[in-house]
Design a protein around this ligand. Structure first.
Ligand code: G3P
Length: 230
């Protein structure tokens, strides 16, 4: 099973429009096939990025709607057609209730999209696991965008979540995020049983993005070289 580096572009200026395209292109230069590097984009940027970047791409949100009268919603089929492989749901900055998570996962699977649902607590991770998403990202909201990583501040949350989720559904891939900034944060997250990390400010807001990506990739078991394609 591969390890994953999900990169959330949020609505940062450095992750929007032409800058989203530039950052996704930079990320793709690091792809060796060992670590899945997945940009998590605003839906509006999906098509321009998918047309020129060979990475798998996720959106930041989608709605549980079908073709029809749903003004302003994001249709899973439209996201797929724009080049998305999947979407995240229920990010701490865009939370939705459990019934919406359940129905959106079902709609996404019908449309051929993978789903990573974010969980802010162990309890929420357990509730969400019962809906069988493809991934759960465990992210304590108080550490998002901060200097202290989840790996350093809440290691027990990571290991307890990995155990609890695999008991409910061993096929769910567990990711963690919040404050992840360096190789040690990544290697700890992997040692605690996750399959990777979900990073935003550590890459999107970094002054030297290339350096930031190289550092993070060197924390994966397969990333002991600099991770960059020749
Ligand atoms: O979606 C990942 C994100 O919430 C973590 O943000 O800035 O702490 O890496 P950051």
């Amino acid at each position: 099973m591969p390890n994953y580096l999900f990169v959330n572009f949020k609505t940062y200026e450095g992750g929007t429009g032409e800058s989203a395209l530039g950052l996704a292109k930079l990320l793709s230069t690091f792809y060796t096939g060992e670590v899945e590097i997945i940009p998590v984009l605003q839906a509006l940027d999906m098509r321009i990025v998918s047309e020129s970047v060979p990475l798998k791409l996720f959106a930041q949100h989608v709605d549980a709607v079908k073709y029809g009268s749903n003004t302003g919603k994001i249709l899973p089929e439209a996201l797929k057609a724009a080049g998305a492989s999947g979407t995240i749901l229920n990010h701490a900055e865009n939370k939705i209730p459990n019934d919406a998570i359940k129905s959106t996962i079902a709609r996404c699977h019908e449309a051929g999209l993978k789903v990573m649902v974010c969980a802010e607590t162990l309890q929420r991770a357990k509730e969400i696991a019962a809906f069988s998403p493809d991934f759960i990202a465990v992210e304590p909201p108080e550490l998002i965008g901060g200097k202290m990583s989840v790996s350093a501040a809440r290691p027990e949350l990571i290991s307890d979540s990995v155990k609890a989720i695999s008991k409910i559904n061993p096929n769910i891939i567990v990711i963690t995020g919040a404050g992840v900034k360096n190789a040690e944060d990544v290697s700890k997250a992997i040692a605690l049983g996750t399959s990777g990390v979900f990073v935003a400010s550590g890459i999107v807001c970094a002054e030297d993005k290339e350096y930031a990506v190289r550092q993070l990739l060197s924390g994966f078991p397969s990333g002991k070289d600099d991770g960059k394609m020749p």
